[in-house]
Write a new protein. Structure first.
Length: 216
């Protein structure tokens, strides 16, 4: 690769990653696709592409990129987590496969002190599969492990778009399962603040409106 080609590629990646970090995913995804097409072994960009596709609700594309990334890095825990969630979002009948993937990475996340996020993932997958009793059990475990406090800490010191989906999922689960409407509203609003283009945004707005009507 010539220096000029390298420089153009670097600028394309920087622009794509900047757009994604700023939450402008509809602008970021075409740039990331083009960059990954030219640089198919850049795991960082491929993960950001898969994650951005998932945020926009493009579950088929997200699943494809997560699988490609796992072809490069078979032990990439975040890619396995993303793949499991993308599979569940597509409403595949085999929820058990998504659960197995999440359980596979659970020891890694536990070592990092992130068991609360794994419990939230499990709650979400079971909710999508229609098993709200199991979803509620995992949601209770996520709260016991400190998911609310973890997200507050992330917001205080980081506040990036990467955690917007956790806010959305927690808020939706709290609202739908009737656990805590005040906390549900807080997390739904935080998700909207961080990622207004998310596939969950419409549901968040609907639940917030419903919550407001009942409170009013």
């Amino acid at each position: 690769m010539s220096f000029i080609s390298w420089l153009r590629s670097r600028r394309l990646k920087n622009e794509a990653m900047s757009e994604a970090s700023a939450g402008r995913l509809r602008q970021a995804v075409p740039l990331l696709r083009e960059y990954v097409r030219r640089n198919p072994r850049d795991a960082e960009a491929m993960y950001r592409l898969a994650d951005s596709e998932a945020h926009l609700g493009n579950s088929d594309e997200a699943e494809r990129w997560y699988r490609d990334l796992l072809g490069l890095l078979p032990d990439h825990a975040e890619a396995k987590e993303g793949l499991a969630l993308a599979m569940a979002e597509r409403r595949l009948a085999d929820v058990a496969s998504a659960v197995r993937l999440i359980e596979e990475i659970r020891p890694d996340y536990r070592r990092m002190g992130l068991d609360d996020f794994i419990c939230l993932d499990l709650a979400w997958v079971h909710h999508l599969g229609g098993d709200n009793d199991t979803a509620r059990r995992h949601l209770d475990q996520a709260r016991e492990h400190g998911i609310v406090e973890s997200l507050a800490e992330v917001d205080r010191y980081y506040g990036g778009i990467e955690f917007s989906e956790a806010h959305y999922r927690l808020g939706i689960l709290l609202a739908i399962l009737g656990e805590d409407r005040e906390k549900a509203a807080h997390h739904l609003r935080r998700g909207l603040d961080l990622s207004p283009e998310s596939t969950y945004a419409r549901e968040a707005v609907r639940l917030l409106a419903e919550h407001g009507e009942k409170d009013g």
